[in-house]
Design a protein. Structure first.
Length: 141
């Protein structure tokens, strides 16, 4: 049984599933990103030229991911219905690229809000499309 599991027939599936989970792992990084960053953004040594963020702003940094996630789940469900799971899965990388670009070039808290919103969009796509895509490509055994 185990040797059959390691046969050539399954290697393409393993490779495809591993590739799909790269975006999932990267999304996981963005979910945990605020834990070490918010204390830095609230301190006087903040990298933001606009100065330290307030408690309310830090709260919004955490919350905007959920807003984007709600919209992303609906958006990517519509995309995969009309264009297919593969296209929807590829499109999850677009907001992900935007989010890291916003974090890289952002000089105030609004860039971070936008980045966290884009992270939510990616997350909505990941949780709604990845399981369906894997179910489609996986062997029925």
């Amino acid at each position: 049984m185990f040797l059959e599991f390691l046969s050539r027939r399954y290697w393409k599936q393993f490779a495809a599933i591993a590739a799909v989970h790269i975006i999932t792992a990267s999304y996981g990084v963005t979910v945990g990103w605020p834990a070490p960053i918010i204390p830095l953004l609230r301190s006087p040594e903040t990298p933001l030229p606009s100065g330290p963020v307030t408690v309310d702003e830090a709260s919004w940094i955490g919350s905007t991911l959920c807003i984007g996630g709600t919209i992303g789940t609906i958006l990517f469900a519509i995309i995969h219905t009309y264009f297919g799971k593969k296209i929807a899965l590829l499109l999850t990388s677009v907001p992900h690229i935007i989010l890291w670009t916003l974090i890289l070039v952002g000089d105030n808290v609004w860039y971070i809000y936008g980045a966290r919103f884009c992270s939510g969009l990616t997350g909505g796509g990941v949780v709604s499309v990845v399981p369906l895509y894997i179910a489609d490509i996986a062997d029925k055994k």
